[in-house]
Design a protein around this ligand. Structure first.
Ligand SMILES: NC(=O)c1ccc[n+]([C@@H]2O[C@H](COP(=O)([O-])OP(=O)(O)OC[C@H]3O[C@@H](n4cnc5c(N)ncnc54)[C@H](O)[C@@H]3O)[C@@H](O)[C@H]2O)c1
Length: 295
């Protein structure tokens, strides 16, 4: 390539860029709920409680219909959530598919499309920590069960959401649940840290592969959020039982904004990541951690 061609791209190149921009803009406008006949639809996994529940409610408040998924044992909580979403004037459906099973993730997307009409937003939120264990005490079964939910579950959510969104041809938003633990190490949380780093990596790859389809892929990386998960890692009893330090408490001691945040704080971020306004943002794992991880 000559210096001239580098500094002055040809007209065809400019026209191509413009057309691509216009196409993506038209799709973005179609995604808007205001004045549009099409209501956007989201799936939130791990939605029965904690961060997932707050995200489902926030997306409903934003005007989306929502399929809420969790394990079968959480069905009563899901049904209560559906009722709360319906009070906001939106449609909702409770699903009990296991994110670790490929046939169930395919069925989850198919059921959402058959019940709610389409899929625009996937929030792959379900996750587990698997408890605290040092590398020297690590057991392969425990490592694999964390990976099954956090890694395989995220991959399958991304896969079947992307397939549906590409089929629809109207773009979309795919959002994963990483963690501060995916950006830095925490003693005795090796399996969890590794799994959340993989979520970040899958988000990079999926963002590149799906850009041509006007699908953005981002993840949230919370610090300590007040849910049953973080409470589990905050008690002396679990500390002693699992042989690890009070991980959540130790982390908090290093947070510049030293407070425990609420699930709604993460939901506010997801609201933006899921919105048409975030169309120029992809491949990012966004920290929401009170300043713990600044880089
Ligand atoms: N709470 C925090 O401080 C924090 C910090 C960083 C990241 N996160 C991440 O945010 C997400 C939500 O965390 P939370 O604190 O709300 O956790 P939580 O334990 O309160 O909720 C997680 C939900 O996922 C569901 N789930 C687990 N395995 C599942 C499976 N196989 N299929 C379907 N659902 C399944 C659980 O039943 C539960 O309802 C997780 O991915 C977690 O790793 C949480």
């Amino acid at each position: 390539m000559t210096a001239e061609s580098e500094s002055a791209p040809d007209k065809e190149h400019h026209v191509g860029l413009l057309l691509r921009y216009r196409c993506s803009h038209i799709i973005i406008l179609n995604m808007s709920t205001s004045g549009s006949p099409t209501t956007r639809v989201a799936i939130v996994t791990g939605a029965a409680q904690g961060i997932g529940r707050a995200i489902a409610l926030r997306l409903a408040a934003d005007g989306l219909d929502v399929a809420v998924d969790d394990l079968p044992s959480k069905l009563p909580l899901l049904e209560a959530l559906v009722a709360d979403i319906e009070k906001l004037g939106r449609k909702a459906v409770a699903l009990t598919y296991n994110v670790t099973k490929e046939n169930e993730m395919e069925a989850m997307v198919a059921k959402t499309v058959s019940d709610l009409g389409r899929l625009d937003v996937m929030v792959a939120n379900a996750g587990i920590t698997g408890g605290s264990r040092s590398i020297m005490e690590a057991d392969v079964d425990g490592f694999e069960s964390v990976a099954a939910v956090n890694v395989r579950g995220t991959l399958l959510c991304y896969k079947y959401a992307a397939r549906q969104m590409v089929k629809q041809g109207t773009g979309g938003r795919i959002i994963g649940a990483s963690s501060i633990a995916g950006k830095q190490g925490f003693a005795n949380l090796g399996a969890y840290c590794a799994s959340k780093a993989v979520v970040r990596s899958l988000t990079h790859t999926a963002a590149l592969e799906l850009a041509a389809h006007n699908i953005t892929v981002n993840a949230y990386a919370p610090g300590i959020i007040e849910t049953s998960m973080s409470k589990f890692h905050s008690t002396r009893e679990n500390d002693v039982a699992l042989g690890g330090p009070c991980t959540a408490v130790k982390v908090l001691m290093n947070v510049p904004h030293a407070k425990v945040a609420q699930p709604e704080d993460v939901a506010n971020l997801v609201s933006y990541l899921a919105s048409p306004e975030s169309h120029f943002m992809t491949g990012q794992t966004v920290s929401i951690d009170g300043g713990l991880n600044i880089s």
